[in-house]
Design a protein. Structure first.
Ligand code: HEC
Length: 215
């Protein structure tokens, strides 16, 4: 059980009381600058896009320096690193190639992800202009922009719909019967029939042979 003191501390914190005034004296409120530094998400409707601009050409130079070693000269992916381009029309194949051009629904994710997480060894090192330039270059690598002089900015960002934008559906699982409100979850004998083993890892070829390691 929580002691009354702990509960009071939680209540005070939840109420926005300054931590140094709380009984435990822990923590402090984040400053505006700290919140701004973390509040960098860019959403599909363009909310959160910063001011900035960058051309395909500028993005290409940055990409060659900062990204190509892992993602390939043309976004094809070096070795086992992720491909950022190509794969259009493969989503229904047995082995689909999911890239920004073939699979991703929103350009905002390219900007957000790149600015937030890439390059892998130095996340959050790109300026906003650099993130715009590299996003423009990724469009170019995916044949979605043809002109090397093209400039991407906050003003024209929302003009781009990625090819697979319509390929996603809303998650409507809560409308399925087994999520009906008030339904008691099944805790025993839930399968309609007998469970039947239809394949074993080794037989269906997902377990490497011998040695236990990958070849
Ligand atoms: C050292 C290797 C490395 C470098 C350099 C690098 N990346 Fe990545 N990138 C990765 C890895 C690893 C992932 C997958 C990360 C994960 O799934 O958590 C990734 C994922 C991505 C993805 C998501 C791909 C997908 O389909 O899921 C994008 C977009 C991306 N990187 C863009 C860039 C850009 C732009 C640059 C240059 C500014 C860059 N990366 C530099 C290693 C790298």
């Amino acid at each position: 059980m929580w002691s009354r003191g702990v509960l009071l501390a939680l209540l005070l914190t939840a109420g926005g009381a300054r931590a140094e005034e709380s009984p435990l004296g822990l923590g402090r409120e984040a400053t505006e600058a700290e919140v701004a530094a973390w509040d960098i998400d860019v959403r599909p409707d363009g909310q959160g896009l910063p001011e900035g601009r960058g051309t395909v050409e500028e993005g290409g130079l940055l990409y060659d320096d900062l990204c190509a070693a892992c993602h390939g000269d043309f976004g094809e992916g070096a070795g086992r690193w992720a491909a950022l381009a190509g794969g259009r029309g493969t989503l229904t194949h047995r082995d689909p190639l999911k890239t920004i051009g073939s699979y991703w629904p929103h350009l905002s994710t390219v900007f957000d992800y790149t600015r937030r997480a890439m390059p892998f060894h130095a996340p959050r090192s790109l300026t906003d202009d650099e993130a715009y330039a590299i996003t423009a270059y990724v469009l170019y690598l995916n044949d979605l922009v043809e002109d090397e002089g093209f400039e991407l900015s906050r003003a024209n960002f929302m003009d781009f719909a990625l090819p697979n934008a319509g390929g996603f559906i809303e998650d409507d699982r809560w409308s399925e019967p087994h999520y009906a409100p008030g339904l008691e979850p099944c805790m025993s004998d839930c399968l309609p029939g007998e469970a039947k083993v239809i394949g074993r890892a080794r037989a269906v070829g997902v377990t490497p042979d011998g040695g236990g390691g990958f070849e």
